[in-house]
Design a protein around this ligand. Sequence first.
Ligand code: BES
Ligand code: ZN
Length: 604
Amino acid sequence: MRLFAAVLAALLLSCSKPPEPKPMNQIPHDVHSYANPNAVKVTHVSLDLEVFFERQSLQGSAVLTIEHIDPKAKEIVLDSRALQIDMAEASDDGVKYREAHFETGKPDPILGTALHIPVGPQTKFIRIRYSTSPSATALQWLAPEQTEGKQHPFLYTQGEAINTRSWIPLQDSPGVRVTYDAKIKVPEGARAVMSAVNCPDKPNCVFKLEHAVPPYLIALAVGDLQFIPTGPRTGVWAEPSIAAKAAEEFADTEKMVAAAEKLYGPYRWGRYDVLVLPPSFPFGGMENPLLTFATPTILAGDKSLVSLVAHELAHSWSGNLVSNATWSDFWLNEGYTTYIERRILEELYGKERAMMEASLGYDDLMGEFKTLSSGDQALHPKLDGRDPDDGMNSVPYEKGALFLRTLEAAHGREKFDAFLKGYFDHFAFQSITTSEAMTYLQQNLGPVENLKAWLYQGGLPKGVQPPVAEAFTALQPVITNWLAGKEIDTSSWNTHQWLHFLQGLPEKLDAKRMARLDKEFHLTAGTNDEILAQWLLMAARNRYTPAEAKLEEFLTTVGRRKYVVPLYKALDKKQATAIYAKARPGYHSMTRQPVDAMLGVPSN
Ligand code: BES
Ligand code: ZN
């Protein structure tokens, strides 16, 4: 009888699985990669590169360790983009190499160029000698003037989503996890850091990452960098002139790691450091393993923008430990991370802080819905034939986080926390699809209401509760009062309340009201970049001329996409084009791309 029950249970379980479960070790098809990892798979990357600032080129070799999955496979296919390949070699033992024939496909504007190299059944290593082009989409080469210290040039990489192929020939799909090591030769006075084990005391570090990660997480930065610890396993890297400020701003990092560990299990990567980049960095932050890359625009002086550190740290679980297998599964990275980010904030700074961030995020999402097709409002968008960047808006972040909040509310926090911890243990160091994640979810947490609507439809399913922050509700009458011309008391406001206040004002404000805002709250002279960017957006929309100089200064120094793109969109086209002509050379390719498209500037 017991046996019968067990067999029945097993049968029932297998019935609730999706129609086509992923065969063991099968890497899901990725429309953004040419690679053939289900035939021959790269498992390790060993880099030996020299950094040439004058030529804006990395030059050297990549040795790829390969594994034969299909014994009949005759070639390995790699991704590349704008790489100059000088030679390919193959080896059975990693010692003796023989030259190998290689062929490149026709370059595609989104995917880059397929690189075909024949392999025999004994081939275990492929060595590629190559150099990168100055137009490599992952790389930004900065002149000394574009740095904080203005003395030394700077280089950094941005791999996500599909840019790693522009500086390393490999199988650039998040489903193909690799370990890596790297020897990086840099000019005198510069030092290299990577998303790997770094050596703060040794200028000639040999980097090593022994945990397998998706290729978009391989990262390098080179410049005049100093290290300051903020705790036993946390610290900051930054240009010397801002390192102390950064260390102060990020003083709570160690506590954040501890809070995340308490919720979701051990931090498995060793150290957690934050690298502060020059202001052209196209993102707020990037979760490169062991070493988050961050914009200096979060150095507000009062820790008010450190939710970004909580976010990138959270990726050490959601994203780096358990990764999206394709870019349509991006919400598994960002939605889970946004949810966890706010749990970390709640642990450190209390529930109200977390609710304010959630509420601002919800407002963002509502705004974003108005601009997107219903297919792109789904958690799992269709990205065939499109740039994965097209899926990078607030939907995976905020709708994803709301999905998890809704589950938490339905099942209770205790049960949901235990579930998430189990999820990270279960899928640790794997890349998974939405369908795998949802199968596990339904088997281990229970059936999910409206799951199809969440994943494949626009908007939000009926009955979803938006996050409410008391501190924001209390601002409603204040906004009304201010609009009625009354004086208001803002002395106790934090950054989030300021943001909510400004975003709660009507989009169209006349010159008198704009001037009143500026005079009463000194917004053009503001030093908190998040508030400043919001104010400059209002200034651009309402053609508020007294802020024009500041707007131009901001756009010509800061390259953070989230700020820059809406600003160009809000400006009058002629003015936008004029400022962009000056600012464009200072932007990373990932910021240039959307602005080029918007303003009709030919890319190069
Ligand atoms: N992984 C992202 C950055 C990213 C996304 C790079 C898509 C390339 C393609 C990172 O974790 C992120 O979400 N950054 C946010 C920070 C935020 C939501 C706190 C950003 O940069 O604004
Ligand atoms: Zn993120």
